[in-house]
Ligand binder design. Structure first.
Ligand code: SF4
Length: 96
């Protein structure tokens, strides 16, 4: 798991405090950045806590892989979801 801080960061410091500057810390602009390359299994819960407490949703997955942005697909979006699934060259998308 990799994460990055986007330009939505307002420098509130929540993620820095939660991870005691070991995973997120301030850069020279007073904004947060992830200071480690890869999140280990043991740090995942802490990072998820930081993600869930970020007031602006600035911390995002940076694995280079896409993930579904919604928990449930609305009725009107089901056809788009089906087309996306049908067009995925590797069959990586599953619709539950
Ligand atoms: S919690 Fe979010 S807004 Fe606050 S410093 Fe961290 S990334 Fe920036």
């Amino acid at each position: 798991m990799k994460v990055k801080v986007t330009d939505k960061c307002i420098g509130c410091g929540s993620c820095v405090a939660i991870t005691e500057s070991k995973i997120f810390d301030f850069n020279d602009d007073g904004l947060a950045e992830c200071v480690i390359d890869k999140i280990s299994e043991e740090n995942k819960e802490l990072v998820e806590t930081a993600i869930n407490n970020c007031p602006t949703g600035a911390i995002v997955n940076d694995d280079g892989l896409e993930e579904c942005a919604v928990d449930e697909i609305k009725e009107e979006d089901k056809e788009i979801a089906k087309q996306t699934k049908d067009n995925c060259p590797t069959g990586a998308i599953e619709i539950e």
